[in-house]
Structures are given as structure tokens and as C-alpha cells.
Design a protein around this ligand. Sequence first.
Ligand code: F6R
Length: 607
Amino acid sequence: MCGIVGILGTAEVAPHIVDALALLEYRGYDSAGIATLDGGKIDRRRAEGKLRNLRNSLAEAPLSGRSGIGHTRWATHGAPTKGNAHPHVTPRVAVVHNGIIENYRELGDEVTGAGIVLQSETDTEIIAHLITLELDAGKTPQAAVAATLKRLRGAFALAILFTGHDDLLIGARHGPPLAVGHGDGEMYLGSDAIALAPLTSSITYLEDGDLAVLTRQGAEIYDAGGKPVQRPAQQSVASAFRVDKGNYHHFMIKEIFEQPEVIGHTLAHYSDLANDRIAMPEMPVDFATLERLTICACGTAYIAGLVAKYWFEKVARLPVDIDIASEFRYREVPLAAQGFALFISQSGETADTLAALNYCKGAGQTIGALVNVTESSIARGADIVLPIYAGPEIGVASTKAFTCQLAALAALVIFAAKARGTIDEAEERRLVRSLAEVPRHMLDAFRQEEKIKTIAQGLTKVRDILFLGRGTSFPLALEGALKLKELSYLHAEGYAAGELKHGPIALIDQTVPVIFLAPDDDLYEKTVSNMAEVAARGGRVILISQNDRIAEWQGRIESSIELPDADPFVMPIVAAVSVQLLAYHTAVFMGTDVDQPRNLAKSVTVE
Ligand code: F6R
């Protein structure tokens, strides 16, 4: 989840490393640091917190040198302090690391047993010392790294500089991604192609277990068995274009308002909107005969999958097994032969989702990847990649990626239903038309913003909030609660409305707002019965529904948010706007760091 960059350059590298780190800050922002080699000697600057703190410290004390490595951290071992910030150095090496070393305790004992006093609480510093001990024993840098890698258990991507070796940078990958960039007399290492995009578009992706030895002339790559291997360079389409906030205060609100447009792009790729037909790419499985679909993802992407489960089962009559990837990967799930497993991920780098994908691959499943980043590890591991065309999502809390995932999944559902004969051509046209109307309905949903602000202001005075819904509004209740808690740090829970009586109703009193997602669909009456139970107990009800329905409840509810008259099939995509705006404005009133909430990272590359 941390971001790594390394440059063997032809001019001063520190400014370029800082620019690359700015593109990697989405991976973590607990601290940042840079080490360079100048005259063969390692020097470094580190700073706690955001990258701007490192920029300030570099402005006061610049770093010179044509070789360097940099890091932006999401803390695992050790608090997010300057002392724990990477790079970690010894007199002979500087190391940056993404991942977790699981056997760091025993390795740490060995290092301290050799008389070394550790300067930090990190597992990374131990790697630096282990390599140094191997160098002290007379090994070459490459042999010292290879010997150390053999002893590490866990997940890591590393970049290492060596004192006295101005033309050498070693990278290694076991789990988290690492890419080699090829320049003109320069070579680069980076966590992803986006970070390297300002420097080069010629990229070699390292495979799991690879060790890469870079000089300014090129890279030699060795596989897990130490054999030299050729890994082809490819032209990356990752954009160096640093998206800015325009007139918006935060990326998140900009991305919320981008949704009608990017959903339009996504739908254009999966449907023939002129003829109201679905137009999926050729699929590697036959949906007509498919017996079950497995879906795996984390966080908001998992919630998108949960909505899809309702859709696939009801519309296409296709049973879906869905699980959170971190649970799925260790559950030893028996999978049917010739099954299809679909992995949903904005970043395409989420470690648990990738591990679940590899498990399914090993079990002979055909793999689908619904991703925003098409060059990601999850995309590269799939038999079919279904891109979502959301464009770069910078706000850490997922918004436009979620609704684009839903739009692409809805198209896949219609495709599957058609193949399975559970809908006819007329119904296909009707459903595609309802999808095509989503951008317009979203524009209507935005008109509730002022009202949502007033409700959000009220939420800042409470400690606990419940979101309730049935059917596809249940996953949306989960999403509303997830967005609210991660952005505003208020405690929020999402529940299936019918589950209320089985426990959560005990929470109801005048201090707990209960937000009901009750669009006018076939479950509306059921949901509002649960709402009546809350109102009867003095609960504070906020109703999200269509205008007519809200009118029926005037006097019994505290406030409401109007939904447009969208078809119930697409309502979860449209109603997502209401819960996103509510979470956003609550966070703004609470004064939290909306785009980079505390403790989070955009790309979760550790389990
Ligand atoms: C919440 C959020 C996260 C991500 C999750 C999966 O707003 O953004 O829950 O959805 O970390 O990330 P991806 O989709 O990159 O696999």
C-alpha cells in the first residue's frame, strides 16, 4: 500500500522523485522520504505526514545526486513518525519497502543479536541490516539481496540503493506490484506505471518473485529461482496527467459530480444505446449454461458486487456466491469445474482480491476482472478484463468507481439474462433504456444537495447513525454507512431493514438518526413498516424516497431526501448519489480530511 519510486538519472533526481511520489500519494500519506547517492554516499530526507512536509524539508535542505529512491508510507509496523519513515538506511544501503514481513521478529532478534541497535520500529529497517550483513560478509549487492530475499516471509516490493554504487538500483517483488521503467540513458522503478508516467511510457511489469538489477544501460531480471528471464517492455497507457480539482474544494465532490459523464462512457462500452441493446465484448464463458457465478472484492467494490448478486439472481436467474476477498481467500472454498469468478476492484491492486483471484485461477476457474486500472495486477491476471471507464479516482473514498462498477455490472446482468432466456428482447430494450437514463436521473439527484447539507449539519451532533434498506437498497445502506464512517469518523451501521427487530432496534432512541433507503419498488411497503416501528419508538427518521412517498409520511419523519423517478432496476446507481453527498457534506462540516481520511489508503496492497 505504500508507494515506491527509484531513479537512475542523468541529472538531479530528487525533484523527479517528489513528483512521482505525488502520483503515488494515494497509496498512503502517513509519511514520505527520499534517499539519494551523491559522490557514492547515501543522504536522505524524511517527514511525517503528507508529502508537502517532505517538500518543505527538501526546500530547507535540498538533496543532490543522480540516483535516488523515494517512498510514501501507509504505516504497518511502527507508528507514522519521522523515525519510522522510509528510506531506512545503514552505512551501506538505503531501502524502501511496500508490504509486510511476517517473520520480522525472528529476523529482528538475529539483527540485534549481531550487536545492531535498531533505529525504528519497522520491519523494513531489518531488511536493510540483513542486506548489510551479507555485504559485510563479502557478497556482491545482487548476491546480498538475493540471499536476504530467501529469508523474508510475507509480501514485499523493494527498491535498494548501495553506497559506492552510483549506477545500481535493485528492485524485488513478492506480492505487491513493481514496474521497471526504461528511459533514455536513465532507468526507473515504480509501484505502478502512473508514478513513472512523467518519466517514461516504456514499462516492464515484474512477475512475482522477480529480482531486477538496474543500471543506466538497462535491467537484468531474474526469476524466483534466480534464472535470468526476459520480461517484455510494453507501452503503458497510464496518464501522467495530474487531474486537478478545478473549482471544487475536494476531489471527492468533483468525482461525485463527474458521475453522469463517466457512467455515460461506461455504458457506451457495454451497450448499443442507439438501439437499446447490450453490446458486451466476447465473453470467455457461456452465460446460457453457467451454473453459478463467484464474485469477490473488498469494501465498496464488494458492495457493488452485492447489488449485482440481487440483479443476477432476480433478472438472470443466475445464482451468485459473493464474499469479501479477505475471508474468501482462506476459506478453502470448493469451486465447481468450469466456473466463472469475477473480481471487482477500482485499483486492481487490492492484495486480498488478487489473492482470491489466484486461488480461483488455481481451482481452474475462468477469471473476469472489473477494474478501473486496466494495467493493474488484477487485470493482468484475468481471462477477460471489463474496464469501467471512471477515469482516475483520486478521492480515497470510492464514488464514481462504485457507480461505474454498478453500470457495467447491470449491463452484464442484462447480457446474462438475455443469454439465459430469462428476459426477451423487449425487456432487454426496456432495461437498457433505464440504464441510459441513469445520467439524467443523477443530475436530478444532485438538486437535493442543499437539503442534504442541512441534514448533514444535523448529523455532526450525533454519535451513531443507522442506514436501513431492503433488496438492492440493503447494499446501498451498507455503502451509506461505510462512506459516512470513513469520511466523518462518526459511527454508522448499515442493516437489512428486516433485520432491525433481531437486535439493532435496541439502539433506537431520540439520539440515533435512522436513515431509511426506501425507493418506490416492490419492497417499499415492507421497508416503511420497519420505518413505522422506528417512528413508534421515538426514533429520528430520515427517509430517502420519491416525492409522493415522502408526502405520505410528513409529520412522522424528521427529514427526507428526494429520489428521482428512476426504474427500480437502476435505482441503486441513482440513489448512491444521495448517500455520497450526505457523507461528503457531513465530513466537510466535521472538518475532516475528505480526500485523504485518516488511516486510509486508496490502494490496499497489504492484507
Ligand atoms: C471505500 C473504499 C474502499 C475500497 C476498497 C477496495 O470508499 O474506497 O472500501 O472500495 O479498498 O478497493 P479496490 O476497489 O481498489 O479494490
